[in-house]
Structures are given as C-alpha cells and as structure tokens.
Design a protein around this ligand. Sequence first.
Ligand code: PLP
Length: 359
Amino acid sequence: MDSVAPLPSSPRLIIDLDAVRTNYQLMAILSGTAKTGAAIKANAYGVGLERVAPVLARAGCASFFCAHLSEAMRARSVLGHEAEIFVLSGVSYGEAPLLRQKFLTPVLSTPEQIQLWREAGDGEPAALHIDTGMNRLGFDWHGFDPAMAEGLNLSLIMSHFACAADPDHAMNKIQLNRFSLIREAFPKVRASLANSAGILHGPETHFGLTRPGIALYGGAPLDTGGPALAPVARIEAPILQVRTLRKGENVGYAASFTAPRNMTIATVAIGYADGLPISASNHGFGRIDGHITPLIGRVSMDLSAFDVSLLPSTPEPGDMLSLLGKDLEALASASDTLSYELLTRLGPRFVRQYKGSSA
Ligand SMILES: *Cc1c(COP(=O)(O)O)cnc(C)c1O
C-alpha cells in the first residue's frame, strides 16, 4: 500500500434527484386539479437541466419553462418530442425557424414578437405573457387589446406574481384580479399564474397550469413558513489544512477577521469561484459531522476559512465540510441573498454527483 493515501482536494456537488421528484410530487398535489409544469431555466436552477428534466417528465411533468432558446433546445434534446417547452424570452428575429423546427413555444411579450410569430411561426402555438403589475416582461394589462392576438394559435396566457413570497401582500390580489379580467377575453385558452409561492396561495391562483421552480430544487418559496421540502443540492468540500491561530491574529484577504481568542481553524476548498458568495464572508457557515461551523474572514476564489475550535473533535485535512443541503435558506439569509441566487451560481468547477433511484 502506498504510504500516503490520496486525499480529496476539490469540492463536490451532490444532487439528489429523488428529492427533486418528491418536491415535484408535492407541488403537483398542492396544485390540485391544475396541471403542474416546471421552471427549468438557468440549468434547472444550477443543478443540471439534462439530469433534472427527465426526472420531472417521469414524475408526470409535461410543460417546461426555459428562459432562452438555447436552454429550450437542451431541454428538447433530453425530453423527446412529447414535452411542451416554453421559451420565456419569446422570439427574436432569426430564432423562429429553430423554434418551429424543435417545436418550442415562444412566450410573446411585445407587439413585435406577435408580428414576427404571425409571419414566421407557421401557425405553431405561442403563449402570451401579460404583465399585471410587476412591470418586468409582458403586455401591460392596462389597455391590453385582445384583438392584438388575432391570427395566433394561442396555447397559453400567463402572468407572474411580483410578491408571491408574501401571501399577505396586497399586490397578489390586485394581480389576480387583473389577470382574471384579461383572461375573460380568452375563455378557451389555458391560463397560468402561479409560481412555487403562488401555488401555496390556494386554488384560485392555479388556473390550468402552475409553474413551480425554486420549490422543486428545495428552496423555500415563502419568506416565512410553507411546506417542508426535500433538500436537493449539497456541497462537500475538503479541508486542505488545519491551523492554530493566536489571539489577535488575522484571517484572509483584507484581514477582515481578527481572532478574539486562541482558535483552531480549517482552510476549506470552497470559494466564490464555486458560487459561495463574498457576502458569506464572516457570516456564512458549513457543517462538519453535522455540527455548525462558522465561516470566518473573507471568502476567496478557491478557499474559505471555518472556525473549528468548538467542534467535539478537531478535524483533519481530508475531512469534509458540507454546505447547503437543509441549510440552503439559512446560508442564503446569512449571506444577504436568496436561495435562488445561491443555487443558480453553483459553479461549473464542481464535480457533480447525481444520486437517487432516478439518477
Ligand atoms: C422563474 C419563473 C417561475 C418559477 O418561479 P419560482 O419562484 O422559482 O417558483 C415561474 N414563472 C416565471 C415567468 C418565471 O420566470
């Protein structure tokens, strides 16, 4: 046997595909009689579109939402021809032939896009995005003329909540009323309003199709409360070095941490190049053997330091520190960001391991 066993030196991202399926099934139950679609934009919220989309399809999902044509083409290549795939950014000049060829459905948001699809869509389905108050993307509900959609083969009209994470927010009811009003002009067309958070508001927001995203990936849809979701993504990062620190010594770039006492710290192979935000500096945390381990000093590109002074036993190089998992929301708020951003920034450098019977 070699005298030195190889130690792990780079972080892994472990994705639990069974957890994705479990979360989808929960969203489908909560969606009641509505069909349950899935937002798989941004590489399925960072966890891997090619692996996640087929799992969702096998769980019964037939409608997928991507942000851009390139994502939708990736989705089509793993989903086969049955799935309905929407492109939220719509259609731009030059994209129509590919959309048609791959049977992708543009979500139209401007008069120009309607015009383009009328001319180049060859009668293939399109969706219509109505902006009911978010003022982001879609036809302004106010003054919207349903005649604009004449000549289109509409398969869906949709809108999006601005404040669904707070079910008591007055915007929710306002947007629901505006959407319901517009919808009266399209009685035969399927309608969709609810994202993950919206699904939790109850049946009147469900219409024919719901569009959960974050909940599928284990992120909490609501600011507070909501159902328990299965954690999907966990980082396992190896300790590269264990150091002792004398009271008054500093840690990391800009010496932003000063030891208040003698300490033991671990330098771990995880940094902002992997998606751990700089804002986690001096605020984030990981776990070693389940014990909370505070992040100290500034997150660097490939490395971060963690205080291991208070652990029951001092870890060694090669031991693993874990991040995210069931701590996804806690790490996001400690880092002054959202689980959405933590997940979608998970870097390409990880070795990704997929587990579960669906893997
Ligand atoms: C991202 C997105 C969703 C999914 O939202 P979650 O909050 O992640 O559930 C639904 N609809 C639209 C239009 C989106 O952009």
